[in-house]
Design a protein around this ligand. Structure first.
Ligand SMILES: CC(C)(COP(=O)(O)OP(=O)(O)OC[C@H]1O[C@@H](n2cnc3c(N)ncnc32)[C@H](O)[C@@H]1OP(=O)(O)O)[C@@H](O)C(=O)NCCC(=O)NCCS
Length: 146
């Protein structure tokens, strides 16, 4: 399995759209309508942060991606997704470490993210040293690495 991480290119956007849709349908089906109504806002965020959008490929096929944004004094992981067929092969971890390394390299000492309490992605974050620091207003857990 030849895993490659690279900056996103414009032709990745349909795969990213499908990945986000898959996440919503799998984890937050009640929010799909709201997510769809906000699609223009999501697209704007992906495009405005394009240089922080990393894609994982296996034999030129998009296998996953992650996006982070610079906030006031921290780097927020916005989304991380690996296609079902490629999960539990270390791709999520590779994307996650790429986010952490890029954020550190750009001077952020604090990294943050939100995750549903029932999402096993938590184990990935905890293994990387992130600590749960509470809940946000929507019931997501807030994780932080300083
Ligand atoms: C979360 C996600 C990105 C992980 O990607 P992945 O490529 O499968 O992750 P990895 O193979 O790198 O896993 C790294 C570690 O994370 C943990 N982990 C990941 N998925 C897990 C699962 N379903 N159950 C339990 N632990 C899991 C394990 O500790 C794993 O190490 P191990 O395989 O040696 O036990 C992937 O499951 C995904 O795309 N999920 C849907 C989108 C999503 O929920 N994103 C997170 C939103 S906050």
């Amino acid at each position: 399995m030849a895993l490659r991480l690279r900056p996103a290119c414009i032709t990745d956007l349909p795969a990213i759209y499908r990945g986000e849709q898959d996440y919503i349908r799998s984890w937050e089906p009640d929010h799909e309508d709201a997510w769809r109504l906000q699609l223009e806002r999501h697209l704007t965020r992906w495009v405005e942060n394009f240089e922080r959008l990393t894609v994982a490929t296996i034999e030129e096929q998009v296998a996953g991606y992650c996006l982070w944004t610079p906030e006031e004094d921290y780097a927020e992981l916005c989304t991380i997704n690996v296609s079902q067929a490629y999960r539990r092969k270390g791709i999520g971890q590779a994307l996650f470490y790429a986010y952490a390394a890029a954020a550190r390299q750009q001077g952020f000492t604090c990294l943050r993210l939100s995750v549903r309490p029932d999402n096993p992605a938590r184990q990935l974050y905890e293994r990387a040293g992130f600590i749960c620091v509470g809940n946000d207003a929507n019931g997501y857990l807030r994780y932080e690495l300083i």
